[in-house]
Ligand binder design. Structure first.
Ligand code: ATP
Ligand code: MG
Length: 706
């Protein structure tokens, strides 16, 4: 267990009692050190698995930690988010502490906030509602009551999205409405648990008897409320091990603060403090850029930074690419991804990371057009899908029936049993052709099969019942199995993860830093976000930006200031626009685009900004003048093509592109190629067919007459 650690990491693993603090940069093996520490303690008989609570901040990270612990033979250890650990305790102790059933947990606040605002006679649009909801969440995790909100905001560096007095009023009414309707929200789970632990010494004692050792990953992101809960769990003991990197603080806007990490030694003068500087994740080229980024950082976190030293062999230099417009950037990115996959990099080892989720659409489209499988990191929804729920019921039934289930052969291994059960739900060994709901359903079932395979590998002798228990656990933590596709994720969602190849896209001023980062502190947090992105890459790192939003638009954008002096051709101060030189590729895909004015809606004339709308060349909710019969013929033809090519239908053309074709009814190559999604290669391959269909034929592929 200790062999896989370097001397400093080993020091962490061996310090099994008393406070321990690991301050270290990205990729230095913090997560590895704490999982090995726990596993070592358990194997050596020093830690009781059930007495250890490992906490982190996202379901995904908790799931990863559980997986790593299980592989190291410490599967009995609880690895949870603060929220899920608190929720379990709250559910368990509610009858004793309060009596009756625990109130229902509100899934989403926004409706209730809207109701509260309406009662205050304050009109808020959707975006304002979201912002006000964010303020209420911030107030709650910083333990600010409604009456104190205006003063707290004034003292902090945040900009309130509205008059703080109004927000305070909405917040107060929101709390009232929750009480009236007997619901609690996400933050209440922590607040109520804290309340119970404070008031009820008997319950606090019971929890403290159960948990003796606490480990916190990504500790730089702890909020005051989470810290309070952690203090209550600990009581007067100090068996606490925290690891973090102040330079990766990216959740300040939600109330998180690296102060607890940076002040750990003040609070615990006897703490073992370990610093790690060897970077095992990334090549010297990637690490050089990461160090360069941080060398320009300012503020408290930056004062504590450590220069990382790569332990890996040299790799390619990071690639910096400037594109003419966003669709060109997405197409160029998709093309490079396809090349990497062709060169043998598994799609699951590639990620495209962006600043905000709304940027994903254009990349989804481009990857679909390029025939590259991808997954969004919205993994939470997996277990809520209908087919997954149905599959769960079938597996549970089979597990319960055990040897009596006619489907199952006891001699079969677990994955075969799972395949047998899921084949009654539509799983087949080969994916169905085409895209759409059938394919989606199959993908979900295939993901479950893969999950069973991984599970059986990690836990030999596992039974169907074990698997069902695992699925329940994952569903509770909403941790989806990995699918073998390129990951599309926001930078925030990428923390703690790593890929062989990482594409950081949309790196323009306005997006990075994001326009609403105004104060120096907010801008510094954006720089840290880019640092998090850069340090996700093991080997290939690509950074790109587009000079305009839409094809033919004005090239008014500038690359991010954070790369100034770091990327070739950026000079030093003041020459942000000097991007064209020094190895910067310019407008790869943009080259073949004819310059055009802004794309206007064909129906209402509005300027289009959304990728989907640009593809259709009309606002998505403007009435369609599509030739429905033509669209159907195109779809039939596409299904046929997809079958012949043994590829999903969207690899031929996406639905949006087919719709655009059926709306425009092109008669020439030129007209067809002006439709977004019809590139040179597709024009060569499918152009003649499509034009024939548009002219009333059947594309020459069908044998039978219509
Ligand atoms: P982050 O700050 O991004 O969360 P981290 O410090 O938690 O990073 P890990 O994810 O634990 O880093 O480790 C980064 C990578 O380096 C992992 O692939 C891990 O397996 C590998 N690694 C860490 N320590 C060692 C080691 N001593 N020997 C070999 N590989 C290591
Ligand atoms: Mg980590």
């Amino acid at each position: 267990m200790l062999d896989g650690l370097d001397p400093e990491q080993r020091e962490v693993a061996l310090a099994l009692s008393g406070p321990v603090c690991v301050l270290a940069g990205a990729g230095t093996g913090k997560t590895r050190a704490i999982t090995h520490r726990i596993a070592y303690g358990v194997r050596a008989g020093i830690l009781q698995p059930a007495s250890v609570l490992a906490v982190t901040f996202t379901n995904r990270a908790a799931g990863e930690m559980r997986g790593r612990l299980r592989q190291l033979g410490a599967g009995g250890v609880q690895a949870r988010t603060f929220h899920s650990a608190a929720l379990r305790q709250l559910q368990f102790f509610w009858p004793k502490a309060v009596g009756g059933d625990m109130p229902r947990l509100l899934e989403r606040k926004i409706q209730l906030v809207a109701d509260a605002a309406a009662r205050c006679r304050i009109r808020l649009d959707r975006n304002e509602l979201r912002d006000v909801t964010g303020e209420i969440e911030w107030a709650k995790v910083t333990q600010t009551v409604p009456a104190d909100y205006p003063a707290a905001v004034a003292k902090s560096v945040r900009d309130a999205p509205r008059d703080p007095a109004e927000i305070s009023q909405i917040y107060a009414l929101y709390e009232q409405l929750k009480r009236d309707r007997s619901v609690i929200d996400f933050e209440d789970v922590l607040l109520l648990t804290v309340g119970i632990l404070q008031d009820r010494h008997d319950i606090a004692e019971q929890i403290r008897r159960q948990y003796q050792h606490f480990v916190v990953d990504e500790y730089q992101d702890v909020s005051p409320l989470q810290q309070r809960l952690l203090d209550l769990w600990l009581g007067d003991r100090d068996n606490l091990c925290v690891v973090g990197d102040a330079s990766q603080t990216i959740y300040s806007f939600t109330g998180a603060t690296p102060d607890h990490l940076l002040n750990f030694r003040n609070r615990h003068p006897n703490a073992t403090v370990v610093k790690l500087v060897r970077d095992y994740r990334s090549t010297p080229q990637v690490v050089h850029l990461a160090n360069g980024l941080l060398s320009q950082a300012r503020g408290r976190a930056a004062e504590h930074r450590l220069e990382l030293i790569s332990q890996r062999d040299p790799g390619p230099e990071p690639a910096y690419t400037e594109y003419a417009d966003e669709p060109a950037e997405a197409e160029g990115t998709a093309r490079r991804i396809r090349d990497l996959v062709a060169a043998g990099v598994p799609a699951g080892e590639i990620a495209v990371l962006y600043r905000i989720n709304a940027q994903s659409e254009v990349y989804e489209q481009a990857l679909a057009d390029a025939g590259v499988p991808y997954q969004l990191r919205g993994a939470e929804r997996f277990f809520e899908r209908q087919e997954v729920r149905e599959a769960g019921i079938a597996l549970r039934g089979a597990a319960r029936a055990g040897g009596n289930d006619s489907l199952l052969d006891d001699a079969d291994d677990l994955p075969s049993q799972v395949r047998a059960v899921l084949s009654t739900k539509g799983w087949t060994s080969k994916p169905p052709s085409g895209s759409g709901a059938v394919r989606d359903r199959w993908e979900s079932l295939a993901a479950l099969v893969r999950l069973a395979e991984d599970f059986a590998r990690a836990k030999s002798g596992a039974t169907l019942s074990d698997l069902v228990a695992e699925l329940d656990e994952r569903a509770a933590a909403q941790h989806a199995p990995t699918v073998q596709g390129v990951t599309l994720a926001s930078l925030h969602a990428a923390k703690g993860l790593e890929w062989d190849a990482v594409f950081l896209v949309g790196l323009t001023e306005g997006m990075m830093p994001i326009t609403y980062a105004k104060t120096d502190e907010q801008v510094e947090e954006e720089r840290r976000l880019l640092y998090v992105g850069v340090t996700r890459a093991r080997l290939h790192l690509s950074l790109s930006w587009a000079l305009s939003r839409a094809p033919g638009g004005r090239a008014s954008r500038r690359p991010t200031r954070f790369l100034k002096g770091l990327r070739p051709g950026s000079g030093s101060l003041g020459s942000l626009a000097a991007a064209g030189a020094g190895g910067i590729e310019r407008g790869i895909a943009g080259g073949r685009r004819k310059p055009r004015g802004p794309v206007l809606c064909r129906v209402c004339g509005a300027t289009l900004t959304e990728a989907g709308a640009m593809k259709l060349m009309r606002c998505e909710d403007c009435p369609s003048d599509m030739d429905e019969a033509l669209y159907e013929r195109l779809r039939d033809w596409r299904a046929e093509q997809a079958r012949e090519l043994a590829q999903p239908a969207y690899c031929v053309f996406t639905d949006k592109t087919l719709m655009a074709i059926a709306e425009r009814v092109p008669t020439t190559d030129g007209e067809l190629s002006s439709i977004s999604g019809v590139g040179v290669r597709k024009l060569d391959r499918f152009g003649a067919d499509v034009l024939a269909i548009c002219a009333g034929g059947d594309g020459g592929t069908g044998d039978d007459e219509h």
